[in-house]
Design a protein around this ligand. Structure first.
Ligand code: JB8
Length: 243
């Protein structure tokens, strides 16, 4: 998979060089390119923002630099798309986007190429979303009901959630099966050595060697935790889960 990120703060993405993502890049499982949006702003101050039409606080990201940057990427990478081959998906993190979930991560992990556009200020001129939405594939995605100062941190989270699902990136694919949200439930609590820590014991069922009993205990723990913490995942209303 190739991932391109357009941002006015490229340094945020130094994190892509380390750990799991860094190893995936070294192994050729993931190709990432970070682009400074200001390279597509040609005035003396490399201006990427302007005052909001209609007035109001803050600034809005101008469409022209985004148009130049995205046109360059869509025609770039030397890629000759086969006739009928899907256009790269362009993802913009946005507080007004659809919810990014584990299912979204699975969908995006199947893409051959992703382009992420990081907004700043009060957001990006709507015509950028309209232009590329009509020409290809655009998704506005939100990590949750809160607002960051820009899209960069959201893109880092999304890239990690997506990249770890690419076959070969995570050492043991089994570890992807039983984690939270993978089967629509929250993960069961995990323990390791020592058997007793500050008077707190590892649940004896986990030390008994009965794998069937361990599996049953873990399933029940997942259901109990999901009912308690995220009843919505079970289609229950909050507060009704305890009934
Ligand atoms: O919370 B977010 O995901 C997010 C995304 C983009 C922009 C642009 C300005 N504030 C933003 C917040």
């Amino acid at each position: 998979m190739r991932i391109d990120v357009v941002t006015i703060f490229p340094a945020y993405f130094d994190a892509l060089e380390i750990s799991l993502l860094g190893r995936a890049r070294q192994r050729g499982l993931l190709e990432t390119h970070v682009h400074d949006l200001r390279e597509a702003a040609h005035d003396r101050h490399r201006t990427v923002d302007d005052t909001p039409a209609g007035g109001g606080a803050g600034m809005v990201m101008k469409p022209e630099p985004w148009g130049e940057a995205l046109d360059g990427l869509l025609g770039a990478a030397g890629e000759e798309r086969e006739p009928g081959e899907t256009e790269p998906l362009i993802v913009f993190p946005s507080p007004s986007g659809e919810r990014f979930t584990q299912e979204t991560a699975r969908e995006l992990a199947a893409e051959r190429r992703l382009i992420f556009g990081c907004g700043r200020y009060e957001g990006i001129d709507q015509r950028v979303f309209d232009e590329y939405g009509e020409r290809g594939r655009v998704r506005l995605l939100s990590l949750g009901d809160y607002v960051l100062n820009g899209g960069e941190v959201a893109v880092l989270a999304m890239v990690e959630a997506i990249a770890r699902l690419i076959p070969g990136v995570v050492g043991n694919p089994e570890s992807l099966v039983e984690e939270s949200h993978e089967q629509g439930l929250l993960e069961y609590p995990v323990y390791t050595k020592p058997a007793v820590w500050r008077g707190r014991e590892v649940p004896p069922v986990l030390l008994g060697g009965d794998h069937g009993a361990v599996e049953a205990w873990r399933r029940e723990q997942s259901l109990e935790r999901t009912r308690r913490v995220r009843p919505d995942l079970l289609g229950l209303q909050a507060g009704r889960a305890a009934e």
